[in-house]
Write a protein that binds this ligand. Structure first.
Ligand SMILES: [Zn+2]
Length: 502
């Protein structure tokens, strides 16, 4: 098969995503008071409502409606004041009611948008002129969101025995209804994504947004966030849609990228050989790095969708929507802009700190421990050093930043200090003092060393005065050696330059 970059020169990929997110932050299910928990013994958090017993009546979970409205507001959706729940009928043991309660043509949230910032190698994947690119090749891709609707999750099924990957007569199927009735929001994008990287960035941004809202733990590995992709190809310049395939079993950002990359290249090969892309559902096999057919769709499914007579239509009030809006914390984009303005951070660095709410909270704790003065140093330490360590505390980062800010240690020493204190409760300042690492910036003591070095290295001094400024590095090295490592290189640099220029 051809490589992705080559394929995307001739073909335009049209990608849409459907993202299911369980509202794991809630305490109870969507239509009953059963506890939400994945860790309990199977089939213990169940009742007549979520088991679909005849005559049991559902009661909507108001907190779930608040969560979806917050999700809609955070993704620039129009909140629909009037909507209702529908029954989507199908027969499968994971839904004992034989229908899923979901939303119909009008969802709580319609017509939203998320802007993606694409840069670096990922930006080169999109060669077309349909987006405006900056000088460095980066661009902003506006991705429209068709809708976000509310529904309930099905039970979890586990198949044991039989043939690997296939259900046979020898397979035993186990069902855990604890998950049945879990509040689930489904977000559907318009087919606006054009590259695997854009799809990955969209999922990442959506995850950051939902994490910031605190409505879900958004774990792709554990399945609380799940993603299906629709993909078709068309010749560059064409505006008609090709036949799309649907991709299932995507449980990591990498899988999403790799599955789409594979599928784009596969479809291009089929089309270039004069073949036909069938409308089918395909399964991503990460171990073999390919997609395989799960089922071919010949007709549209008929779910006999109709309004649920047990649930009254919703009329959301202005007060309700405003209450949801007031609960939305500062979102990653706004946080990024604030970090850029307040700490002079580069856009990419600010985005790195603002994206993950846990990282942002850590950063802000370190800032308040360091005090106003050290803000820029804390930001630099967070971007350049902290990502290499897994067990630092905000107080340690604040202390280390203080040492750097007052030139008491060098950047190289900072790594040494963090290697030592990571995972302990030791204060970096105490460590530096205990190991005699604190560097002197005392003008008098350092000045004597500088004068001694200048008197000794007459050749280099002459070279410097003849215009070879690089020799300054050598002289700093001589000073450091004379000070046995306890002098600050920046201070030496400054004092040497002053004396040489005088
Ligand atoms: Zn229940």
């Amino acid at each position: 098969m051809k490589k992705l970059a080559e394929v995307l020169r001739d073909w335009e990929a049209v990608i849409g995503l459907e993202v299911h997110t369980e509202l794991t932050a809630l305490e109870t299910k969507m239509f009953c008071n059963c506890r939400l928990s994945h860790d309990d013994e199977p089939n213990t958090n169940v009742c007549p409502v979520c088991l679909g017993m005849p005559g049991a009546l559902p009661v909507p979970n108001e907190k779930a409606i608040e969560s979806i409205v917050m999700a809609g507001l955070a993704t620039n959706c129009e909140i629909q004041r009037h909507s209702m729940f529908y029954r989507k009928h199908y027969f499968y043991p994971d839904m004992a009611k034989n229908f899923q309660t979901t939303q119909g043509p009008v969802a709580f949230c319609m017509h939203g948008r998320l802007d993606l910032e694409v840069s670096g190698a990922g930006a080169a994947e999109r060669p077309d002129a349909t987006v405006e690119k900056n000088e460095d090749g980066s661009y902003v891709a506006p991705i429209r969101i068709l809708r976000i609707h509310m529904e309930e999750d099905a039970a979890k099924m586990v198949h044991v025995g039989g043939e690997e990957g296939r259900i046979t007569a020898a397979t035993e199927s186990l069902i855990d209804y604890n998950r049945c009735g879990t509040p689930l929001i489904e977000l559907v994008t318009e087919p606006d994504l054009r590259t695997p990287e854009e799809a990955r960035l969209f999922m990442e941004k959506l995850r950051q947004t939902f994490l910031t809202l605190g409505i879900s733990d958004c774990s792709l590995e554990n399945g609380s966030m799940r993603c299906d992709g629709n993909i078709s190809l068309r010749r560059r310049g064409s505006t008609e849609f090709g036949t799309k395939t649907e991709m299932k079993n995507i449980n990591s950002f990498k899988s999403l990228h790799d599955a789409l990359e594979y599928e784009i290249c596969r479809q291009a090969e089929v089309l270039e050989e004069g073949g036909i892309v069938y409308q089918e559902t395909r399964h991503w096999e990460p171990s073999r790095r390919r997609t395989v057919v799960m089922r071919v769709k010949e007709t549209a499914d008929d779910y006999r969708l109709f309004p649920d007579p047990d649930l009254a239509p919703f009329d959301l009030t202005d007060e309700f929507v405003e209450r949801c809006r007031a609960r939305i914390p500062e979102l990653p984009d706004a946080k990024r802009d604030r970090y850029m303005a307040d700490f002079g951070l580069k856009r990419a660095d600010a985005a790195q700190l603002a994206g993950d709410p846990a990282v942002a909270a850590f950063f802000e704790q370190a800032l308040s421990a360091a005090g106003e003065k050290g803000a820029e140093t804390v930001a630099k330490v967070m971007v350049n050093l902290v990502p290499s360590y897994d067990a630092l505390t905000p107080a340690q980062v604040a202390s280390l930043s203080g040492l750097l800010a007052e030139d008491a240690i060098t950047f190289a020493q900072a790594r040494e200090v963090l290697d030592a204190v990571n995972g302990t409760s030791e204060d970096p300042a105490a460590y530096v003092d205990a190991h005699g690492m604190r560097q002197s910036t005392d003008e008098g003591a350092l000045g004597a060393i500088v004068d001694e070095v200048l008197a000794r290295c007459t050749d280099q001094v002459q070279q410097y005065r003849d215009g070879n400024k690089k020799v300054l590095g050598f002289l700093v090295g001589q000073c450091m050696k004379a000070a046995k490592g306890s002098g600050n290189p920046k201070a030496f640099n400054k004092m040497l330059a002053e004396r040489l220029e005088a």
